[in-house]
Write a protein that binds this ligand. Structure first.
Ligand SMILES: NC(=O)c1ccc[n+]([C@@H]2O[C@H](COP(=O)([O-])OP(=O)(O)OC[C@H]3O[C@@H](n4cnc5c(N)ncnc54)[C@H](O)[C@@H]3O)[C@@H](O)[C@H]2O)c1
Ligand SMILES: [Zn+2]
Length: 371
């Protein structure tokens, strides 16, 4: 990457816990962006077997720099996969920290996708009651979503993300060049969350995505930076308004209640999270149409954009209406017995709706197209 590549920085304003998000190609090699955020000399990079051979050396090189460094940089390479997002993996991180003799002024750096980010963040939240933590997300999904906002945690055998904490990073370093090695299916899954931001909050961004989707999928650097910047800006704004999800942050779950039902029913990993959310957003748009909020043209805009991103629209044929309802009732977003859905009042304006008439929902789920 050439030295004068475009770079953008934005700030998540959370008072004394505010932090910068740096975005651009080739940032991994630039330790000057990370070093100011280290709490002390002790640094543990947590990554996995897929990402380590690709990016660990350049991150370490950037961090340590050319000159003599007094940093004590260790690494922990975990296995890959959503099934490893467990307390047992987090224990491995704690073991490594204790074995290295790391104290309260150590810093954990998460290098990888959302799985590594969520686990490392949770490990940092609990180690010696909380240590510094930096996110270096390497999937599109983690760059636009999981690395921003401070939700950390692991899965429990009885439910996804059921154990966790809010713990904000000290900085987020998004190297867009890492997306070049990402499998196309993972890129598409990340695009679902990008589209989500346009749908819930930003009609201009939605139109921009309609115009640029093909080039984004070709990994045009300048467009990627813009898309990530705009996504992170929206997420950061929502997080600042509602850090612990008492209100507006729930809008970030557009498509997720249907999507989580699909993911859980199909078995995690068979449908990627973003793919399930893509279908979930198409379903949310279609249900919003039934409620008379969107018109046909607006629904077509949504489905056309999702398709252009390569996302699936039809729900799995194995899932009947009952299967959806049953799974959706288990979703932790339901604060009481009412089913809460995020729907679209219009494009660019989402709302939480908890009084969809059960018969209408049932009919909708029966009629919705299947694979
Ligand atoms: N904390 C939050 O707010 C939040 C939000 C959304 C999702 N999540 C969580 O994030 C996780 C999903 O994240 P994800 O989609 O990044 O999945 P992931 O971390 O499993 O990464 C997907 C795959 O891509 C590989 N990979 C990562 N970077 C790569 C690169 N640059 N090149 C090649 N391969 C690469 C990974 O090793 C993995 O195999 C889920 O566990 C979800 O619950 C958390
Ligand atoms: Zn999501």
């Amino acid at each position: 990457m050439n030295a004068d590549s475009p770079r953008k920085t934005l700030s998540v304003d959370l008072g004394e816990r505010s932090y910068p998000i740096h975005i651009g190609p080739g940032l991994l090699d630039d330790g000057s962006l990370l070093r100011p955020h280290l709490a002390g000399r002790q640094v543990m990079i947590v990554t996995n077997e897929t990402v380590a051979p690709l990016y660990l050396e350049s991150l370490k090189r950037g961090l340590i720099g050319g000159a003599e460094s007094d940093l004590d940089v260790r690494e922990l390479i975990l296995p890959d996969g959503e099934h490893t997002k467990t307390l047992a993996s987090v224990e491995r991180i704690w073991d490594a920290l204790l074995a290295a003799g790391f104290n309260r002024r150590c810093t954990l750096i998460a290098l990888g996708g959302g799985v590594i980010g969520d686990m490392t963040g949770y490990a940092a939240a609990c180690y010696q009651r909380g240590v510094a933590f930096i996110q270096v997300p390497t999937t599109l999904l983690s760059q636009v979503d999981s690395s921003v906002g401070g939700k950390t945690g692991v899965n429990h055998p009885r439910g996804k993300n059921m154990i966790g904490a809010f713990w904000q990073p000290r900085a987020v370093l998004i190297d867009t060049a890492t997306l070049k090695s990402l499998p196309a299916r993972e890129l598409t899954a990340g695009l679902a969350e990008v589209i989500k931001y346009g749908l819930i909050r930003d009609l201009d961004f939605l139109a921009w995505l309609e115009a640029n989707m093909a080039a984004l999928r070709e990994l045009d650097d300048a467009l990627l930076i813009d898309a990530i910047l705009r996504s992170c800006t929206i997420k950061a704004r929502v997080v600042v308004e509602d850090e612990t999800e008492q209100g507006v942050r729930a809008l970030l779950n557009l498509g997720h209640t249907f999507g989580h039902a699909i993911e859980a029913h199909q078995g995690y990993g068979n449908w990627l999270h973003g793919e399930a959310v893509g279908t979930g957003m198409a379903m949310a748009a279609s249900l919003s149409r039934r409620l008379g909020w969107l018109d046909d043209d607006e629904v077509t805009r949504v489905t056309t954009l999702l398709e252009a991103a390569g996302l699936p629209l039809a729900a799995p044929s194995e899932m009947d209406a009952e299967a959806f309802i049953e799974r959706m009732r288990l979703d932790k977003k339901n604060l009481d017995s009412r089913l809460r859905l995020v729907l679209l009042r219009t494009l660019g304006d989402a709302c939480v709706h908890d009084d969809t008439p059960p018969t209408l929902l049932d009919e909708f789920l029966r009629d919705y197209p299947r694979t």
